[in-house]
Design a binder for this molecule. Structure first.
Ligand code: PRP
Length: 209
């Protein structure tokens, strides 16, 4: 049985639809209930719904053989997994944002609020800017408004959250999208089944280009 960690939510539903189209359906998953695990013994596949930011941990530790994680999580936590495919879903970007009109004169340590301290630290290390990281868990946009930070490093999708809070992108750091990842040992043991899924998903991604 191949264990697949799907990110709970709209992205996960789109990803499951791709697996279904690839021939690895599991009809019970469409029933609207609060179950978290679904399997189709005939197709030798078992799906489970995981909090999106936890998928990489399940895969790294081998509780899931494969899974779908955002590039943001992969960059932040650097899990020991194989990144097999960019699914082209959940597209957004990691960016630095600040109140409209903000200018960094470079004189004082820059206070950066973020859910992604590793990505933020790397970004500013690359450009040699001294920073003080303020790790938050959500509603990051509030930090510069209330003077908790000067800027934020956060995910921007439509830009609506920034706009509605009078913030603007200062610079883009990296594009983000959903990636198919595999546990390293499982990839070698189950490579026939994983390759079959990978090929079928690749065809769908290519046909969407
Ligand atoms: C993410 C991100 C931004 C927002 C960006 O937040 O942290 O706040 O989405 O989307 P937009 O550009 O389309 O407005 P999320 O909904 O994950 O919530 P949280 O970070 O506040 O927990």
């Amino acid at each position: 049985m191949l264990n697949v960690a799907l990110p709970k939510g709209r992205l996960g539903e789109k990803v499951y639809a791709m697996f279904e189209k690839a021939g690895f359906e599991c009809p019970s998953i469409r029933e609207n209930n609060r179950k978290l695990i679904f399997e189709n013994p005939e197709k030798q596949v078992r799906y489970f719904w995981v909090k999106p930011s936890d998928v990489a941990i399940y895969v790294e530790r081998g509780a899931a053989d494969i899974g779908i994680a955002g590039k943001d999580i992969l960059l932040e936590y650097q899990p020991e997994v194989y990144e097999l495919l960019d699914l082209g879903l959940g597209k957004c970007r990691m960016a630095v944002a600040a109140p409209v009109g903000f200018y960094d004169d470079g004189e004082r340590t820059l206070r950066v609020a973020t859910k992604f301290p590793h990505i933020a630290a790397n970004h500013y290390a690359r450009i040699g800017r001294e920073i003080d990281i303020i790790k938050l868990n959500g509603s990051i946009e509030l930090a510069p408004i209330l003077g908790l930070s000067n800027v934020i490093v956060d995910i921007v999708e439509t830009g609506t959250t920034l706009q509605e809070n009078n913030l603007a992108v200062v610079e883009n750091i990296v594009p983000i999208s959903a990636r198919l990842i595999a546990n390293k040992a499982a990839f070698h043991f189950n490579h026939i089944q994983i390759e079959e899924i990978l090929d079928a998903l690749k065809k769908q991604v290519d046909s969407n280009d």
